[in-house]
Design a protein around this ligand. Structure first.
Ligand code: ATP
Ligand code: MG
Length: 239
């Protein structure tokens, strides 16, 4: 299958501090990729570049024109009703029917005409997903979208993302700190370190995935090992 994303030698520095260091990455069309890595390693920096929010870069980045992003905080405009937030920025007049369809897909059709401040965290995150989906992206960029949710809501929204991915067939790059979340959802799990993709793990397990299966447990241990080594190195402890 063709690539949706191609990154070659991507570099980004802030005030002389190199965050991305000649990073290479391909994501295939329709592929679900999760991205792990210690705090501050450059995950959001990479996502912002792919979203087109940052172009002060070196190297080459090829992404589909139709792409959208959802971030840890839903970033809804408080002075617009929910449905208007969903279709904000789309060309033409705000299309209520389009917003309703997307809101129905994420399971909160009945909240279309309320103000964002009346939503729960999980509902706001669903609106944020609806806003990303309404653009019919070929690439969906998710930066810790479940980070602020309680465990139960998080599980539900995780499952929703899995279903939406299967239905829409878009490529997804999901940044997360949660190894299990990555293994439950993704075809491939990347670990970022030193400004590059340090590890690339194919998750060849049938869906829905079973956290207790020996294969799952083995992959989790491998990822935790990679992340642990990273933390160890960071603390400056000799290895
Ligand atoms: N606009 C900016 N100006 C200066 N430094 C920045 C800027 N954006 C990011 N950085 C720096 O780049 C590094 C990577 O930041 P980034 O937000 O990409 O990390 P992250 O992997 O997403 O971390 P986290 O897991 O905590 O979200 C950090 O050291 C951060 O301070
Ligand atoms: Mg981040």
């Amino acid at each position: 299958m063709a690539n949706s994303v191609e990154i070659r030698g991507l570099s980004r520095a802030f005030d002389g501090n190199t965050v991305l260091h000649e990073l290479d990455l391909d994501i295939r069309e329709g592929e679900f990729v999760a991205l792990l890595g210690h705090s501050g390693c450059g995950k959001s920096t990479l996502l912002r570049i792919l979203a087109g929010l940052d172009d002060e870069i070196g190297g080459e980045v090829t992404v589909p024109a139709r792409r959208s992003a959802a971030f840890q905080s839903p970033r809804l405009l408080p002075w617009l009703k929910v449905w208007r937030n969903v279709v904000l920025g789309l060309p033409g007049r705000p299309d209520r029917a389009l917003a309703d369809k997307a809101l129905a897909e994420v399971g909160i059709a009945e909240r279309a005409t309320v103000w964002p401040k009346t939503l729960s965290g999980g509902q706001a995150q669903r609106v944020s997903l609806a806003r990303a989906l309404v653009r019919e992206p070929e690439l969906l960029l998710l930066d810790e979208p479940f980070g602020a949710l309680d465990a139960l809501t998080r599980g539900k929204v995780q499952q929703l993302v899995g279903e939406l991915w299967q239905r829409h067939g878009c490529a997804i790059l999901l940044v997360t700190h949660d190894v299990e979340e990555a293994l439950l959802l993704a075809d491939r799990v990347l670990v970022m370190d030193e400004g590059r993709i340090a590890h690339d793990l194919t998750v060849d397990l049938p869906r829905p995935r079973d956290l207790t299966s020996p294969e799952f447990v083995t992959l989790r241990a491998r990822l935790l090992g990679w992340l642990g080594v990273t933390a160890h190195t960071l603390e400056g402890t000799p290895s």
